[in-house]
Design a protein around this ligand. Structure first.
Ligand code: AMP
Length: 288
């Protein structure tokens, strides 16, 4: 562990982090965790603020998890700047930051994984093979290390949250999973560490995603119930707005993520695709 008076204690060794969390819990304190891959922005900081409301000790993990990146994805170029992240966290008096090397999380001989079920096979699961197994495995490890009473995840990664909720329920994990709303730039673009890959021209075009999603939600608010028509129009809006490729644009059930024909009481619109070389995802709850 290393620490300074002004920034959070940083743990590079998972076992030391776990011992600290255990000590807090034995002293009767609730531990809340915010798992991240770093390159922190206001969306992440909002999760940290929310976490504070649920517990006595707030811990943040900063770990670019290799196993959730498929070959050819941006693992190597994913932004990493621990010092900048610690600076951003400083005002929040976080109790611990877990920042392990991949070899500390997956040492020689490591050979286990958590296999997610059906909910991980659609949408992102189709376009990022193996992604969710990487996510469930690392999140199970992180929650186990922190012995987290609560963990905060962003709505921005809606399917990830659904997959994690399913895992926590299915595997009887004692952690409460809390969803934080998607934090957006003033013009609507969902904040993402990957937004920094966008050129100014791409950044402008990327706005089509939020605009199309909000238009879809407005139509539902105005009474539209035909989910298939809404999905077709959502796709068309994205094409017209200049997205370079669209992996999916769907209206789905908020729990199962199965595509809907008719808007019920729990519908979500989800979009993924590329602007330039950058893959962006976003979603909006249509009925809540
Ligand atoms: P990441 O570092 O991108 O893996 O994200 C770590 C956590 O922050 C995940 O739970 C994300 O869903 C969440 N997150 C990322 N961007 C946002 C955002 N714009 N608003 C809310 N939560 C976010």
């Amino acid at each position: 562990m290393s620490s300074s008076s002004s920034s959070a204690p940083v743990f590079h060794v998972p076992a030391e982090f776990q011992a600290q969390c255990l000590a807090w819990q034995r002293a009767g304190q609730r531990v809340g965790m915010v798992p991240t891959m770093g390159a922190l922005h206001e969306g992440h900081l909002q999760l940290v603020r929310l976490c504070r409301q649920y517990c006595d000790r707030v811990v943040v993990s900063i770990f670019v998890n290799p196993t959730q990146f498929a070959p050819g994805e941006d693992f190597d170029r994913y932004p990493r700047d621990l010092d900048a992240d610690l600076d951003l966290l400083r005002p929040y008096a976080v109790d611990g930051v877990l920042a392990p090397a991949p070899s500390a999380m997956y040492p020689a001989g490591y050979s286990s994984a958590v296999q997610p079920g059906k909910i991980a096979q659609v949408l992102e699961g189709q376009f990022r093979p193996g992604h969710f197994q990487g996510v469930t495995t690392v999140v199970a490890k992180l929650l186990g290390l922190a012995r987290a009473d609560v963990a905060i995840f962003g709505q921005k990664d809606y399917q990830q949250l659904a997959v994690i909720r399913r895992m926590v329920t299915d595997l009887n994990m004692p952690t409460e999973i809390v969803m934080a709303p998607t934090h957006r730039e003033p013009d609507g673009l969902a904040m993402s560490s990957r937004n920094r890959y966008l050129t100014p021209e791409e950044r402008e075009r990327a706005l089509v995603i939020a605009r199309a999603l909000f238009r879809c939600r407005d139509r539902v608010a105005a009474g539209e119930r035909d989910a298939r028509e809404l999905a077709v129009d959502l796709m068309q809006d994205l094409i017209d707005g200049g997205m370079d490729s669209i992996d999916y644009a769907v209206i789905a059930d908020g729990q199962t993520l199965e595509s809907l024909n008719v808007i019920g009481d729990d519908a979500v619109a989800l979009v993924a695709g590329h602007v330039g070389r950058t893959r962006l995802i976003d979603n909006l709850l249509l009925t809540k």
